[in-house]
Design a protein around this ligand. Structure first.
Ligand SMILES: Cc1cc2nc3c(=O)[nH]c(=O)nc-3n(C[C@H](O)[C@H](O)[C@H](O)COP(=O)(O)O)c2cc1C
Length: 355
């Protein structure tokens, strides 16, 4: 009998053909028009044609001022950008998969040179401790976001979601993970505000809540809205973004009251025990939510995928599926598959078309 990995799953109004998805992966390939290279778009379609049930885009930049963190990122607000994605969402649908656009604002991880406003904004004027690996320079100390900034940024999320709906995406993901803006609000590591957006978990959660509330009305009822979360950030990676399990689970409980279809939990290793407990992130999330749950992190073969699925509904793969176009088929047959080396993922950022 086939494992549940290849059984259908009902996610909102969509019946996924299996439990395997392509995790969001930034590719930094866009030109001045903020449209990804054709081969980068083709890559997403090919993964759908090769059996993935769910295909996430790279993180798309949400506003015109200060959201971008890396060169060559995509945007999705102009007609031209929308037209570029339409054939992609169509092809993914024809291939029997579901497409989801992930969107983010980098907050204090932004790179002023590539943002029109030349300005970095964040919940509080505190920069990551480590240098920006792309520039070798310290990150800029951000401006503390004003009420105007907060409203403007929330509007940016809603506008980008509108672009994605117009481009035919089946779903939208709000990126609340990895130490980017929403995650910066959630974590006391980066949020030292003393107003209604800082202090208690309820206050730190407020920004995420307002983003979700602004985005949901522009996403038709039958399409998906998912939220990604993590306990680690791209900068200062060793820092636990939530103080403890209670704090993390409180945020998950709050998310569970939102009009979203799933929570996607990003880890570096799905099996790793979290917050000093004997449970992994998926298990701890499951304890606090009835929502559908996605997990990723070091899932590279059939055994790890099946094990990861014990505490989640869907597994996402980034590096394994990036490097191996036949990954879904290989997992199905239970082929012996290698665990990737992290450096191998750098191929994502080269002009080299992926297989
Ligand atoms: C090249 C590359 C780009 C990534 N870009 C994003 C991104 O844009 N948004 C996001 O949420 N995660 C991003 N990630 C993280 C992955 O989605 C995933 O959480 C992480 O790589 C762990 O999964 P894995 O062990 O299967 O690689 C990226 C990962 C890689 C390798």
């Amino acid at each position: 009998m086939e494992h549940t990995l290849f059984s259908p799953f009902q996610l909102g109004s969509y019946t996924l053909r299996n439990r395997i998805g392509v995790a969001p992966m930034t590719r930094m390939s866009s030109r001045a028009d903020s449209v990804p290279r054709q081969d980068v778009l083709d890559f997403l379609v090919r993964r759908a044609e090769k059996g993935a049930a769910l295909v996430y885009t790279e993180a798309i930049v949400t506003d015109y001022e200060s959201a971008q963190g890396y060169p060559g990122q995509a945007r999705l607000t102009t007609q031209r950008q929308i037209e570029a994605w339409k054939p992609v969402t169509d092809a993914i649908r024809r291939a029997g998969a579901v497409s989801v656009m992930q969107m983010f604002h980098c907050g204090r991880m932004a790179w002023p040179e590539v943002n029109p406003a030349g300005r970095v904004i964040a919940p509080s004027p505190s920069a990551p401790k480590q240098d920006n690996p792309l520039t070798g320079q310290p990150y800029s100390v951000p401006d503390e976001m004003t009420q105007f900034d907060i409203k403007h940024v929330i509007n940016g999320f809603a506008e980008t979601a509108k672009g994605a709906v117009e481009a035919g995406f089946d779903g939208i993901e709000i990126h609340g993970a990895h130490g980017y803006l929403i995650s910066q609000f959630l974590s006391s590591y980066s949020n030292q505000r003393t107003d209604a957006y800082g202090g208690s978990v309820e206050n730190r959660y407020r920004f995420a809540h307002e983003v979700i509330q602004a985005v949901r009305p522009v996403v038709p009822e039958d399409r998906l809205l998912t939220f990604r979360i993590s306990n680690w950030g791209v900068a200062d990676m060793a820092v636990s973004l939530f103080n403890d399990r209670d704090e993390y689970q409180e945020v998950i409980r709050r998310l569970s009251g939102e009009p979203i279809d799933a929570i996607s939990v990003s880890t570096y290793d799905y099996a790793e025990k979290a917050f000093g407990t004997d449970r992994n992130m998926a298990r701890l999330t499951r304890e606090a939510t009835p929502l559908s749950l996605m997990i990723c992190g070091r899932i590279y073969d059939r055994r790890s995928a099946e094990e990861a699925l014990q505490d989640a509904d869907i597994v996402l793969s980034a590096k394994s599926i990036l490097l191996n176009p036949d990954w879904v088929a290989d997992v199905r047959t239970g082929s012996a598959l290698p665990l990737y080396r992290s450096e191998e993922a750098n191929v994502a950022y080269t002009p080299e078309p992926l297989p």
